[in-house]
Design a protein around this ligand. Structure first.
Ligand SMILES: [Zn+2]
Length: 290
């Protein structure tokens, strides 16, 4: 099940209870998610990586105002982002929650990702995009209302398809212009106006690799907090055409034997890795998609 992928809520079920956002008085000790870029600040030595206490444990000028987003193991969980140029005091380090570091398990990566997504929205929802007025929170949720024109704004979560295209025992992989030579992944792209998800799959594969696909099946989905996507995974069969990258966004597109795949840039926490690992083999695939 894709529910158990990192960054999805199932990973922190039982540990984290989300609550409406709140700036509560600093009297109740709890836990802190302190972010610096896409990294979680943790103690270098301790086994317990989530920082605790009443006050922000890192002396700095926060980039965002801290606030409580829920309970972690029954205690308040506060989140804050510090600036990239804040130098961490001795005994602390910042671990990328997308990266391969095994100290940061999937649970911590998930709560850090949740915090990053929330703080991204808070940072970008200060003013009304309609009239420029100040936005204020609609109680009990993440929505905001314009204090000037009354427009309501809700978190921007961007739907994005990602698709494994098969031709017998071969998989279609592409290299984005931004990736290093030798690294490949699945075709992916943002949903456009007027599209069903299946139409988006067909368009993205045609645009990025020049081929047509058919028999599109939904596989699963993943919250992807970089900064705020919803990745929706599909499997599709080759239907025709010659593989030809667009040369701009995608610089290479090839069929790879399922037994000789190149490096994937998404890393072990990504849905692309999960899709390839789970659905990349033609033998027994039908059973696994059930
Ligand atoms: Zn407004």
């Amino acid at each position: 099940m894709s529910n158990s992928l990192p960054f999805n809520s199932t990973l922190i079920q039982g540990l984290f209870t989300p609550l409406p956002p709140e700036h509560e008085p600093d009297t109740n000790p709890g836990f802190w998610v302190v972010l610096q870029g896409n990294s979680l600040v943790v103690p270098t030595e301790s086994q317990h990586l989530l920082l605790s206490g009443v006050l922000l444990p890192i002396v700095s000028i926060p980039e965002t105002e801290p606030f409580k987003i829920g309970l972690w193991q029954g205690k308040p969980l506060r989140i804050v982002r510090i600036t990239m140029d804040t130098s961490l005091p001795p005994g602390y380090e910042a671990l990328p929650f997308m990266g391969p570091d095994t100290r940061l398990d999937n649970t911590l990566a998930t709560i850090a990702g949740r915090a990053a997504q929330i703080l991204h929205w808070e940072r970008r929802s200060r003013f009304c995009s309609h009239c420029g007025g100040k936005l204020v929170r609609i109680p009990a949720g993440w929505g905001k209302r314009c204090s000037s024109c009354g427009d309501e704004h809700f978190p921007h979560i961007h739907p994005c398809i990602i698709v494994l295209v098969r031709r017998g025992a071969e998989l279609l992989l592409i290299r984005n212009a931004a990736w290093n030579v030798g690294r490949f992944s699945l075709v992916a792209g943002f949903l456009d106006f007027g599209e069903s998800l299946e139409e988006c799959v067909q368009r993205e594969v045609r645009e990025e690799a020049g081929i047509d696909v058919t028999n599109i099946r939904y596989l699963g989905s993943q919250c992807w907090p970089f900064p705020s996507q919803q990745m929706i995974g599909f499997l599709a069969d080759y239907a025709g055409g010659e593989v030809r990258p667009d040369g701009v966004e995608v610089v290479e597109a090839h069929w790879f034997s399922e037994d000789a795949l190149p490096l994937s840039p998404g890393g072990k926490r990504s849905i692309s890795r999960w899709i390839i690992d789970t659905f990349g083999k033609s033998m027994g695939m039908t059973e696994r998609t059930q």
